[in-house]
Design a protein around this ligand. Structure first.
Ligand code: NAP
Length: 486
């Protein structure tokens, strides 16, 4: 590690954040955090036990009543100050994220800005929690409708966007008046620990946010979920883990928000603006090295432009610079671990064995770190495994289609429904196809849908609920109706 890298890692607390204090894990165990570009251990963070999980839960429960009674403006101001602190420290936080997660520093800085924006958005939403007053239809009573915080929440986040997936949950929870226990992914805990410090500095009272890092998430989280005092789980991660959590949440009938896996189709029609389509494809495929739930996973291109699209995409992908995310000009960092490389390799072997042709890339890179080169495949059969499973790597599989019906049918032929991308300049087709696609979000002539001011989320097995936008705060509010006799 270089001196500046060491300094940003050293600056982060490595302990558990419980009731406003940093404390070691009760068992004294440590959890190593590695740089995926080198395999070097960057730091050890506390490895929480079940007992530590309960300490965090107790703190969240104890803080709930006072926190719910805090003025909305005060909750908003804390978020606004935290937004500014994130921006002020964006350079160091970006480097920290690159070290633990691998994405190029410029992208990591983009994520810090995006993450901070959730705090600004929900600072503004905190003071707009509304209610209602109405006359009953028969005129003989009144309805009073109020919104109140759900209560203590359990927030669980993945490694691919270590900061933004946290602020997307913490922002609305703070704005709504909920306390929380948050568990970041074990591969990327440092960003969340740094965020806890920032929130404390911004004035968040003790006990409102408690951070637990653990190597045994199942054992530490399940007792908290089944305890009955947590009132909501907000989870971002894989569909299989989401299903486990939904089952556990059923025990005490908890509110749930589930941001799960994706398998985004990217559909390019003959009438598309091809420059825009290739730009959109690069964004949707290479952002985060393809390790995004919104990553374009399958490219369906209409026959008239398929060859040209493939040629241009191949040229752009082949020109990308691969390397450690801290190096100048690098556009593709390492994948998160050796399992990720093994999964991409397996999906590639399956596709090529079934007739897919490699236009660029396609084989692992020798040496330290988990690198996979930008890859484009064509003639990928509809039943290839990568058409139904998340690739989570910089691999773009292209299939050719002839008719609009065929494209829509292929796009919807998945158990997932997070996002679909469509490129066409025909406005009728754009709206027709957007309506027919089974997805929570559509990227229409754009390769980027994420925006804190818009409702993010999926249908089918991509999840339940929405994060961001006007509805984001509703996920952390209960509606109470008072029947008023007059
Ligand atoms: P993951 O394996 O499901 O892990 C996500 C989080 O859940 C991690 O903090 C993990 O802890 C924790 N976890 C694992 N098993 C658990 C259990 N039994 N009980 C409680 N918590 C448990 O997913 P991932 O590999 O980190 O993330 C990639 C997945 O997330 C992809 O499928 C991607 O599409 C999805 N994702 C979705 C969105 C969205 O908004 N829809 C956004 C980003 C990512 P450990 O780290 O300790 O395993």
């Amino acid at each position: 590690m270089q001196a500046r890298e060491k300094a940003v890692v050293d600056a982060v607390h490595k302990e558990l954040f419980v009731d406003g204090k940093w404390r070691p894990s009760s068992g004294g165990k440590g959890l190593p955090v590695e740089d995926p570009a080198t395999g070097e251990v960057l730091a050890e963070v506390a490895d929480a036990s079940v007992e530590d999980g309960f300490a965090a839960l107790e703190a969240a429960v104890a803080a709930q009543r006072d926190w719910a009674a805090t003025a909305p403006r005060e909750r908003g101001e804390i978020l606004r100050r935290a937004h500014q602190l994130l921006l002020d420290r964006a350079d160091d936080l970006a480097l920290l994220m690159t070290l633990e997660m691998g994405k190029p520093v410029a992208e990591a800085k983009g994520e810090i800005t995006y993450a901070a924006e959730f705090f600004r958005w929900f600072a503004e939403e905190a003071v707009r929690i509304d209610g209602g007053y109405a006359t009953a239809p028969n005129g003989q009573g009144r309805f009073l409708i109020m919104k109140q915080p759900v209560g203590p929440c359990l927030l669980i986040t993945p490694w691919n966007f270590p900061m933004a997936m946290g602020t997307r949950k913490i922002g609305p929870a703070v704005a709504a008046g909920c306390t929380m226990v948050i568990k970041p992914a074990e591969q990327t805990p440092l960003s969340m620990l740094a965020l806890a410090d920032i929130l404390a500095e911004a004035g968040l009272p003790a006990g409102v946010l408690n951070v637990i890092t653990t190597s045994d998430p199942g054992a530490v989280m399940e007792p908290l979920i089944r305890d009955g005092r947590i009132r909501k789980i907000s989870f971002t991660g894989s569909t299989p883990v989401g299903k486990i959590l939904l089952e556990q949440a059923a025990d005490k009938v908890l509110r749930t928000s589930m941001e799960l896996g994706g398998n985004a189709p990217f559909v390019v029609f003959d009438d598309a603006d091809l420059d825009a389509a290739v730009d959109g494809a690069m964004l949707a495929k290479t952002r985060n090295m393809g390790e995004a739930c919104t990553a374009a996973n399958r490219f369906y291109v209409q026959r008239g432009v398929a060859e040209e699209f493939g040629r241009r995409l191949t040229a752009r992908m082949a020109a990308l610079k691969v390397g450690r995310g801290t190096e100048e000009g690098v556009q593709i960092g390492p994948l998160i671990d050796s399992d990720a490389i093994a999964k991409v390799t397996e999906l590639m072997a399956d596709a090529t064995a079934n007739g897919a042709r490699v236009l660029t890339g396609g084989s692992t890179v020798d040496g330290a770190g988990h690198f996979y080169p930008p890859t484009v495949l064509t003639d990928v059969p509809r039943d290839a495994r990568m058409a139904s499973e998340e690739i989570f790597g910089p691999v773009a599989p292209i299939s050719v289609f002839d008719t609009e019906d065929e494209a829509v049918e292929a796009a919807n032929d998945t158990e997932f429904g997070l996002v679909s991308y469509v490129f066409t300049t025909n406005v009728n087709r754009a709206l027709r196809v957007s309506e027919r696609l089974e997805a929570g979000m559509i990227g229409l002539n754009t390769g980027l849908v994420s925006n804190p001011a818009a409702p993010f989320g999926g249908v089918k097995q991509s999840g339940l609920g929405r994060e961001g936008g006007r509805v984001g705060i509703e996920e952390f509010l209960e509606v109470k109706y008072v029947a008023v006799g007059l």
